[in-house]
Design a protein around this ligand. Structure first.
Ligand code: UDX
Length: 432
């Protein structure tokens, strides 16, 4: 078992660090945000992720998981240090890597014995090279070190099982020593380990996320064709998905992808390609289709209501997907803002993301107590996030509460035939 340092107690750092502790390692999670560390030390968890709170508690009690705001403490205690600090997008879509540089320089100045520095944050290809250069510059005593890339593929809402049961683990290394350490850490998970050079590991992350985003935009574009041709996207994707070369997963048409990964990573990859002298037009189109998909939803509301201004509209679901409270780049933001601009009165409900939503919308919308209360007197119901509790509803009650029974379903949660039977004006995505 090893002493592992995790720099950055954000989503990736916290989940990954806690899971390493769960595997039996002694883990030091460091963040320079002292308030965050104070919360973690007092048993609080700054993000919502199913299972995480209990796992943190268990490992803290077992003496395997520590929180600190001191980089020195991590460097003194750990031979392997993962960098999982934020790499927020700049205005032009490029990732801001100043935190990665700061941490790399800090480690270099403090290290006394061999260190394996592993980049875990989502970073542009060639960041590994920059980390190596930075560490070398500040490494005045010529302490031996290695740099490695170990991209994460965690999905919010299922991050713990994604970590403990990964499809694959990617390690980009330059030396036998680094390879041995990372293999020893990951082999107990029993997943295939793909060992590459650092640049290839970095590109695997860009390529995977962009490909998945492309799959979603493809299906969303297809949904438009289905609507116009009188076909059903659910049936079309079912028919496609049996082909193992296509696969059944990630073929759900909807209101477009959101979250902190896909939109940001896609932009960043387009920028990286540009810098490398290649216009990745395919990915620019993936982005465009995604933006259009949100506005297409707004157009459906407009078409159903005739005049949007002054009408009460109920919204179910605000987070960018179910089982998370994350509102970052959530499609609900653009959709609600567009409806507000047309003068609609929005009454929204989300099972978990209400607090974060308040930070986004302030008092421009009304926050409901539960899924039924927002429906009272509403001219339309817009379903934006497919939480389980929206799948199991009393449709008669919905009908009774609403002023006009209009349902615009952005996630194809309801069966169009059932809805029409009940007397709803129902519009899904790409459905007959
Ligand atoms: C994603 C990647 O899946 C993960 O591997 C990477 O590490 C981080 O980015 P995440 O953003 O947590 O994870 O969510 P994910 O479940 O992939 O969904 C992303 C977005 O795509 C959501 O807005 C979701 O609603 C949308 N989506 C997903 C669809 O619209 N249709 C689908 O079929 C699948």
């Amino acid at each position: 078992m090893r002493d592992i340092g995790m720099i950055g107690a954000g989503y990736v750092g916290l989940v990954t660090g806690t899971c390493f502790a769960e595997m039996g390692h002694r883990v030091f999670v460091m963040d320079n945000n002292e308030e965050k560390i104070r919360v973690l030390k007092s048993g609080g968890v700054p993000i919502y992720e199913p299972g995480l709170e209990g796992m943190i508690k268990r490992n803290v009690e077992a003496g395997r998981l520590f929180f600190t705001s001191s980089l020195q403490e991590v460097v003194d205690n750990c031979e392997v240090i993962f960098i999982a600090v934020g790499t927020p997008p700049r205005d032009n879509g490029e990732a801001d890597l100043s935190a990665v540089e700061r941490v790399s320089a800090g480690i270099a100045k403090m290290m006394k014995g061999y260190k394996l520095i592993v980049e875990k944050s989502t970073v542009p290809v060639q960041t590994g090279k920059w980390i190596k250069r930075t560490v070398s510059m500040f490494n005045r005593n010529n302490v031996p070190f290695d740099v490695a890339s170990n991209p994460e593929f965690l999905r919010e809402g299922s991050a713990i099982s994604d970590f403990l049961k990964p499809d694959r683990v990617v390690i980009g290394v330059e030396t036998e020593r680094a390879s041995k350490i990372l293999r020893e850490i990951y082999e107990p998970l029993g997943a295939p380990i793909v060992e590459t050079d650092i640049e290839s590991a970095e590109i695997i992350k860009h390529a995977s996320n962009s490909f998945l985003a492309m799959k979603i935009s493809f299906v969303n574009a297809l949904s438009v064709i289905c609507e116009r041709a009188g076909a059903d996207i659910k049936k079309v994707t079912e028919g496609m998905g049996y082909d193992p070369r296509i696969g059944k997963l990630f073929l759900e048409a909807g209101v477009g992808f959101g979250g902190f990964c896909f939109p940001k990573d896609l932009r960043a990859f387009i920028r990286i390609a540009e810098k490398l002298g290649y216009d990745f037009g395919l990915l620019r189109e993936v982005e465009r289709i995604n933006e259009e998909q949100k506005m297409r939803f707004v157009a459906k509301v407009r078409e159903a209501l005739w005049n949007v201004g002054g009408k009460k509209i109920a919204v179910w679901g605000l987070s960018f997907k179910p089982n998370t409270d994350d509102m970052r780049f959530a499609p609900s933001i653009d959709i609600i803002n567009a409806l507000l601009k047309e003068g609609a009165e929005i009454h929204a409900y989300d099972p978990i993301a209400m607090d974060n939503a308040r930070r986004v919308f302030g008092d421009t919308i009304v926050y409901g107590e539960d899924k039924y209360s927002v429906l009272e007197g509403a001219y339309a119901l817009c379903l934006i996030t497919e939480w389980d509790e929206f799948k199991d509803v009393d449709l008669d009650r919905v009908m009774e509460l609403m002023e006009t029974p209009i349902v615009i379903d952005g996630r194809n949660v309801f069966d169009p035939a059932v809805m029409k039977d009940k007397g709803f004006y129902y519009v899904g995505v790409g459905r007959r």
